[in-house]
Design a protein around this ligand. Sequence first.
Ligand code: ATP
Ligand code: MG
Ligand code: MG
Length: 367
Amino acid sequence: MDSKVVGILGGGQLGRMIVEAAHRLNIKTVVLDVGQSSAKQINALDEHVDGSFNDPEAIAKLAAKCDILTVEIEHVNTEALKHIRDTTGIQIYPMPETLELIKDKYLQKKHLIAHGIPVAESSDVESSAEALAAVGASYGYPYMLKSRTMAYDGRGNFVVKTAADIAEALDVLKDRPLYAEKWAPFVKELAVMVVRATDGQVYSYPTVETIHVNNVCHTVFAPARVNDTIQRKAQIMADNAVKSFPGAGIFGVEMFLLANGELLINEIAPRPHNSGHYTIDACVTSQFEAHVRSITGLPMPKGFTSFATTSTNSIMLNVLGAEQPNGEMEDCERRLAYIEGKAATVVGEEAATKEKPLVGVIMGSDS
Ligand code: ATP
Ligand code: MG
Ligand code: MG
């Protein structure tokens, strides 16, 4: 089997699942993160690097042990990655230039627009009451104020509902580089995982539906409950977006579906994504294995992005540590009871899938 060693920047749950997939392919993985992170816990090696994925020295230490570097998070030191690649020739997927574009959400938007990909209108905005009021006058209310950098799980977003919210918006997002986005009046949020192989070929997984609660992905329905035309249109748009990033690796493409059937891309994650966890149980090949195959140049098996059976339906629940001890387990039990037909009442979103058999519920966790 392949003897390439893959170094992973970041040792959280996504890194851990990349490790699992790599090991099944007999590919060795070395992890860079602080302490005994979860990816290191299932990877008995004394070569892991203890440090930050933003520290050039730690990145250099990791690179010295590996043939290929990859990431489980985009908020890494891309200057250090470019330097290592240019001085050592090590392969890095996704490419540092891609990470650089994506980790600044406003640069990402400009990149997508330059490649003809539809997105919500946006503009960079300085952190002042006058500038925010001017955006309101131009976009109308509500509009979305976002931090360009270090954003995840909505931590970096503020919905400016009226001009009266401006002071609070500035306070919540103080000291962060900002941009503003026109409100996207979506009827559903969709997502597509797309993997790009080293030969430039892209492969999309089925279009799924994501439901966010307080800006955090809460439930994923796979496939999305939309007609085939929208299913396909979303895949094509996601493929085109990912084709604009050279290199290899898996990408999670988040989209808004508008009432008229129009699709806008919200944002792209250059890594495995929580909307793709369902692939572990529901698809021929998981997003993690697809990622490892793509960055190491292994063959992409025929039909690997398909559902495991023609009637596969799946729900992924994102289980986060709750304020109530074990509160999330109660949520899981309630949903499992529903799937097993024991629950008397179900929430509307779940009811719509009831006619179709479900093959499983994947309990995800945060990211
Ligand atoms: P992630 O954890 O997905 O990286 P994030 O912090 O980068 O999240 P976004 O994906 O930008 O945040 O936004 C989070 C959610 O906020 C979206 O999934 C969507 O529900 C809502 N949202 C974002 N932008 C807009 C918009 N322009 N109009 C309406 N809703 C929006
Ligand atoms: Mg994001
Ligand atoms: Mg998002």
